[in-house]
Design a protein around this ligand. Structure first.
Ligand code: GLN
Length: 209
């Protein structure tokens, strides 16, 4: 077999959907981990990336913006083709199978086999922090920042739970998709971005083998 090209060509290029939320923080985290990172806000840009991160924000608004900018189709097309994703909070809601307390017309692509309830921690504690134990990350625990976070009520057999709070998943993995109900970009701890990239690397290596 011919040798695979080396160097820059092999660098993973991650897109960050740039409609709302902590776009800059996600770009910076991926770059610190050695990936290329670019904003995605046009149909063509979906084709320029190996993987996509969808930040938090307001899932109803992001859903409307995707429709308004004609981005729903290109997003679905790439998801159907197996593009890996790292989603946080509102991003995870958009990729879920079923949304409770959402707007009837809001997007739920079904990429992640999850039922989620929006804003489900109630107004008293709708923002909180918790130390999360993710076995793959080792010590120290990951500081999870939850902001009007959804709760994952049900998850399918293909969904692996990476971390839980009160017995409910807050970090999940389904194939090459990682979904979080908290905001890993806010703490300067890049271990989850790193984990996501490492998975992509090993999937590439397996493909090439
Ligand atoms: N409450 C938001 C929603 O339902 C999600 C909050 C977040 O992304 N931090 O979309």
């Amino acid at each position: 077999m011919p040798a695979r090209p080396r160097g820059k060509l092999n660098i993973i290029r991650v897109g960050v959907l740039a409609l709302q939320g902590d776009v800059r923080e996600h770009l910076a985290a991926f770059r610190r981990c050695g990936a290329e990172a670019m904003t995605v806000r046009s149909a063509d840009e979906f084709d320029e990336v190996d993987a996509l991160a969808i930040p938090g924000g307001e899932s109803t608004t992001m859903s409307k913006l995707l429709a308004a900018f004609n981005l729903e189709k290109p997003l679905r097309r790439r998801l159907d083709a197996g593009m890996p994703t790292l989603t946080t909070c509102a991003g995870l809601i958009l990729l879920s199978r079923e949304i409770v307390d959402g707007r009837p017309d809001q997007l739920a692509t079904g990429t992640l086999d999850l039922t989620v309830r929006r804003n489900a921690y109630g107004s008293q504690v709708d923002s909180f922090e918790a130390d999360l134990v993710l076995s793959e990350l080792g010590d120290p625990p990951f500081r999870g920042v939850f902001i009007r976070a959804p709760r994952i009520h049900t998850w399918g057999a293909g969904v692996e739970v990476l971390a839980s709070v009160g017995g409910e998943p807050v970090a999940v993995r389904q194939g090459l998709h990682v979904g979080l109900t908290f905001h890993p970009e806010m703490t300067g701890d890049d271990r989850i971005h790193q984990l996501f990239l490492e998975q992509l690397e090993s999937a590439r290596t397996e493909d090439a083998a």
